[in-house]
Write a protein that binds this ligand. Structure first.
Ligand code: AMP
Ligand code: ZN
Length: 146
């Protein structure tokens, strides 16, 4: 897509500091990192949502992302890493070409995810699970082979 900033990086029209590239994915440094070394792993094919990325490419994204996390720990003395993917504007996705964030973390890095912990009412957890698993099974059945 010509108006997509990440497709333009893949095409070499916009500079990026590359970390890894193969036939399916490209990894490059995030320009505004949470911690230094924060990397983005993207499919070379344009997909807005993670859900349409072919399985082999999605698997490569995850594998490369976690290996980058390990390399960040081993080489730069980080303690851990987060893999983060925002799918949709309400989830915080700003660039509409799917991307996996690899965020290196230190015990004392001063960054916290704004996580909350709700509680289900009586029976709500089971009801939620039944509806969700039935919908997932129906959707996946229509997608076999992709
Ligand atoms: P998200 O909010 O998940 O869509 O994240 C988009 C990320 O892309 C942000 O962390 C930005 O800092 C990063 N970003 C945007 N433009 C560029 C660019 N030209 N090079 C590297 N990272 C970028
Ligand atoms: Zn794109």
């Amino acid at each position: 897509m010509s108006n997509c900033i990440f497709c333009r990086i893949i095409a070499g029209e916009i500079p990026a500091v590359k970390i890894y590239e193969d036939d399916l994915v490209l990894a490059f440094l995030d320009i505004s990192p949470i911690n230094f070394g924060h990397t983005l792993v993207i499919p070379k094919e344009h997909h807005e949502s993670s859900s349409t990325i072919p399985e082999a490419t999605a698997g490569r994204m995850f594998r490369v992302g976690s290996r980058i996390g390990i390399a960040l720990k081993r080489k730069f003395d980080y303690d851990a890493f987060n893999l983060h993917l925002a799918d949709g504007t309400a989830a915080g996705q700003v660039v509409m070409h799917a991307h996996l964030h690899v965020v290196p973390r230190g015990v004392e890095d001063g960054f916290r995810w704004n996580w909350r912990q709700l509680k289900y009412g009586e029976g709500e957890m089971q009801e939620f699970a039944e509806k969700l698993s039935a919908k997932l099974a129906a959707d996946l059945a229509g997608e076999s082979g992709k």
